[in-house]
Design a protein around this ligand. Sequence first.
Ligand code: T3D
Length: 286
Amino acid sequence: MAQTDAHPLDPRTISPEGAEEPPLTIDITDGVAFVRLNRPTRMNALTSPMRRGLIDAFTTLPREARAIVYTGVGRAFCAGQDLTDRSGAAREASNTGTAADVDLERSLSEEYEPMIKLITECPVPTVAAVNGVAAGAGANLALAADIVIAAQSASFIQAFARIGLLPDAGGTFWLPRLVGHARAMGLSLLAEPLDAPRAADWGLIWEVVPDDALEAHVIALARRLATGPTVAYKLAKEALRASAANGLEQQLALEAKLQGQAGKTRDFAEGVLAFLEKRPPRFEGR
Ligand code: T3D
């Protein structure tokens, strides 16, 4: 993705990793916020400052942008949890013949869970541009986006079982819903890479594009979303999220309630007028 000036939210202000190589960069262009995971030598593996940076970004950016794209710098999208952060505990456990003394429940509930929830419930459309391998929590970070677009050479790996864990960061929620029980089981237990074309065939992601077309394609799509009916998008997201837990009756009632809100937006009036006047709509996002 083309770099522009750093956004004031750039997490180098909150990161202890230094100003030269911020682990996350943010900029906003034409109403689209671009969030880039920026630890290419570590395959953009997630550290605590990155997770906190993502939490900050997805808290504040929806007030400043009408679409958010996130992607990785370098050849990977994200390799999940930075395992060097767990190396001390793993070595100690190996030396003493005990289990690793690391509180993964806390790590998940304090950082991964709010991060995934904020992205999933983000009021503006989110796009994951999966530029390379997405492994472990990195794969499920991608799946948290509304629209996942992958480069042809990208792959998705529920790598957790390789290190003695179960899928987290929303994996056990999204996988069965997106690809069904049998494929969710296979991906989780075998932890094998799923290449991007097959991920699209299986319905895990929206689409695959040639590697050299990813950037332009994602920018065009995100700009389209950023000029769309932002309130209607937010309400559609809310309704689709709720459908997993609702019966038809509840869902019809929710659609009626939310459509009532959509009908009161300026964008609805503009959409109808534009149709009647045979011209493209000019949505303001309100
Ligand atoms: O801990 C908690 O809080 C619980 C939450 C857990 C969530 C999780 O995400 S658990 C799963 C963690 N992730 C993984 O297990 C994936 C580990 N990485 C890999 O399997 C492979 O690296 C990849 C399949 C992603 C890519 O393979 P490849 O062959 O293209 O690259 P590589 O040579 O393995 O990696 C390149 C470098 O990135 C390498 O460093 P080096 O040797 O050049 O200095 C490698 O160590 C580093 N790297 C890759 N992934 C991670 C990583 N460093 C730290 N943490 C990583 N996750």
